[in-house]
Write a protein of this length. Structure first.
Length: 388
């Protein structure tokens, strides 16, 4: 497919027929269609999406000097629209529209593509919300005509709770959780290869690095206030404070205990058929003396839902390192995979993002979960399955 796709009458007709089937499923489950603006404030994506999406976002300055972007996904725009309109809860929202992403590593991939999806906001019963979203994901793909697909599961809360249960300094806990998405850097942290050389000038950093995040972060933010309007290049204030927090942890000469680093490495290595992998995690937590009963039971409930939806156990995998590429995710994540003419391709994905709406201006934390379907990929997979 061209990086700049055109849509013939036949292709648009096929996409619209498929979208009608998918949106029909959403509507039957009580989801109302919304259409946020294609143009969005750039900062909400640059601050909340994650490194991979930030470098793929089409950002620019309009004639009035506003920093804008083409929406790289629709979850943040939908949530931003909900917060601005101050809607009721729970809210069930659906969409179908274009998203835009630069593809520097794969220039042959399209820079624009259609997404259909749903967002469930403010459902306090998290088990029921996850069952609803998983059911919608499976039903919508089947309604589109997709015959076979596989499911990949993860849960960021497993890693976070495991780290919290270990004998770690507070700043190490926060650092490990913050860099969960950066696989290479996280591995370097576990091996002790990510610490810079110390100098006399780092004495203040060393002192602050010995404090917990609740004390150290306000100190650095106060320093930023003293600096005032000094230019910081392309980095945001939050990014600079985060980097100073990391340097402070390094300057405090805190090192991971090799035994603890090994336990974390063992957790991150767990991957495979979902029920077997979950038992591996359970055995590891028992050896480590960490209580992960609640998140493991939650994962078991998700597997039961997939079983009720007639997804074969062999088609469901779990990976402890899997967190998708959006840093706003806070817990359960999933992807659905199938094969087109060129091989395996992700056709849908989503997860839980319980802190996003508050970051977008909501007055409190609102539980939220959703997912998106890459409808053009679904169409390609359907064609490949018909000709197989």
């Amino acid at each position: 497919m061209s990086a700049f796709p055109n849509y013939s009458a036949a292709r648009m007709a096929a996409l619209e027929a498929q979208a009608t089937a998918i949106l029909g499923v959403f509507e039957r489950h009580g989801y109302t269609r919304s259409e946020p603006s294609v143009l969005q404030p750039a900062d909400i994506f640059l601050d909340r999406s994650g490194e991979e999406i930030r470098r793929r976002t089409f950002a620019f300055t309009d004639p009035a000097g506003n920093e804008l972007c083409l929406r790289p996904d629709l979850t943040i725009p939908i949530c931003r629209m909900y917060v601005e309109e101050d809607g009721g809860l729970p809210a069930r929202l659906s969409y179908h529209g274009l998203a835009f992403r630069h593809q520097p590593a794969e220039p042959e991939r399209p820079t624009q593509f259609y997404q259909a999806g749903v967002e469930l906001l403010g459902q306090d019963d998290k088990v029921a919300a996850e069952e609803e979203i998983l059911t919608l994901a499976i039903e919508a793909l089947r309604a589109s005509g997709l015959a076979h697909f596989k499911v990949k599961l993860g849960d960021l809360s497993l890693f976070a709770n495991f780290v919290d249960g270990l004998a770690l300094a507070p700043q190490w806990r926060e650092r490990l959780k913050r860099h969960f998405w950066r696989a290479g850097y996280l591995d370097a942290l576990l091996k002790g290869d990510a610490r810079p050389q110390h100098s006399d000038a780092q004495s203040l950093l060393a002192h602050l690095g010995s404090l917990g995040e609740a004390e150290a972060r306000p100190a650095f933010e106060g320093l930023m206030d003293m600096i005032g309007g000094a230019p910081f290049g392309a980095r945001t204030r939050e990014e600079i404070v985060d980097r100073l927090m990391e340097q402070a942890a390094d300057a405090a000469a805190l090192r991971l205990d090799p035994v603890i680093a090994e336990l974390i490495g063992q957790l991150l290595a767990v991957s495979g058929e979902a029920r077997t992998a979950i038992e591996e995690v359970r055995a590891l937590t028992q050896r480590a003396g960490v209580d992960l009963k609640a998140p493991l039971e939650a994962m078991g409930a998700r597997l039961d839902v997939l079983g009720k939806l007639a997804i074969a156990p062999d088609d469901v995998t779990f990976a402890a390192r899997f967190g998708r590429n959006m840093e706003y995710y806070t817990g359960f994540v999933f992807e659905l995979w199938a094969e087109d003419a060129e091989g395996p391709v992700q056709v849908a994905g989503g997860g839980r993002y319980d802190s996003l709406l508050e970051h977008l201006g909501a007055s409190r934390s609102i539980p939220a979960i959703g997912y998106a379907i890459r409808t053009e990929r679904v169409l390609a997979v359907r064609r490949a399955q018909r000709t197989a």
